[in-house]
Design a protein around this ligand. Structure first.
Ligand code: ZN
Length: 288
């Protein structure tokens, strides 16, 4: 726990609000934790958009040993402890770019703890092995749950973007929606074009030069990148959310690349918001 003060000051440099796991109270955004503070960053927002990044963290969880995964299935839906390099930083840059463009913050939930200790993108039975990790895991998911219900109340429908890094093709960004299941609300409201057309999020990103998968957009999603526990849990009509996992190749998440990645993603979100969300970017609102 020695390094806690350093963690707090690092977080203090950005706009993320850190809440204490276990004492999670959205009414008290000023709340700073004493025990588990700094392991999950939580930002309340004013847009129907949630940025999630479960695998980019680097910090140890105090008194919790690394997970072993004994007896667990391995791979895309099972045990894996490797982190998504640069994903935590990318989430910060994306959040800031959205705030700059919309003049409003997105909601955000970002892991700072290393995946060795907790995998927030798995169900609890795979996510952690030590009971001391449970409050941190719960903090992440309680925040997502609360933000989804706030968005549902305030805006009707929203979009959760779960940001990841993949190492299989550095030039590519893979979409994960369980082949459309986690964006069924979008599909119901606007039809297939909103999911697999040129005005879908991936279509907008492709038109800005990103190398995306699937391409064609209505092709099958790549095995291993089809979307995990987070998008499956929150991307549902009864939650009021669509959820898309984005698996970024390294070319999109190096320190040099992140700002451009965030700008492109934000521009796509502007188009997406006009078409599919009950919100407009700041410039459009000021013209009304
Ligand atoms: Zn990941």
């Amino acid at each position: 726990m020695r390094a806690r003060a350093a963690h707090v000051s690092r977080i203090g440099r950005n706009t993320f609000v850190v809440l204490l796991a276990g004492l999670f109270a959205l009414a008290a955004h000023q709340g700073w934790g004493e025990d588990l503070a700094g392991l999950v960053e939580i930002q309340s927002g004013d847009l129907p958009v949630i940025i999630s990044a479960p695998h980019g963290g680097t910090l140890e969880v105090p008194d919790v040993p690394p997970r072993k995964g004994e007896g667990m299935p391995k791979g895309a839906r099972g045990f894996f402890a490797g982190r998504d390099t640069g994903a935590e930083e990318l989430a910060h840059v994306v959040s800031a770019a959205i705030e700059h463009r919309f003049h409003r913050k997105p909601y955000a939930v970002v892991a700072r703890s290393h995946r060795k200790f907790i995998d927030f993108n798995r169900p609890p039975n795979i996510a952690y092995e030590d009971p001391d990790a449970k409050p941190v895991y719960d903090a992440y998911h309680n925040a997502l749950k609360e933000f989804c219900s706030q968005i549902h109340r305030r805006f009707g429908e929203g979009l959760l973007l779960d940001l990841h890094g993949q190492g299989s093709d550095r030039r590519k960004v893979f979409r994960g929606t369980q082949d459309g299941k986690t964006v069924s609300l979008l599909q119901q409201r606007f039809g297939d074009s909103a999911v697999t057309g040129s005005t879908s999020l991936l279509g907008l990103l492709k038109s800005q030069g990103w190398s995306v998968h699937p391409d064609p957009l209505d092709g099958k999603e790549q095995s291993g990148f089809r979307g995990g526990y987070i998008v499956s849990t929150y991307g549902k009509p009864d939650v009021g959310m669509d959820a898309i996992q984005l698996e970024f190749g390294m070319d999109y998440r190096t320190a040099a690349a992140r700002a451009a990645t965030a700008d492109t993603l934000t521009e796509a979100l502007v188009e997406y918001s006009v078409d599919y969300l009950n919100v407009l970017p700041a410039e459009a609102e000021s013209r009304k």
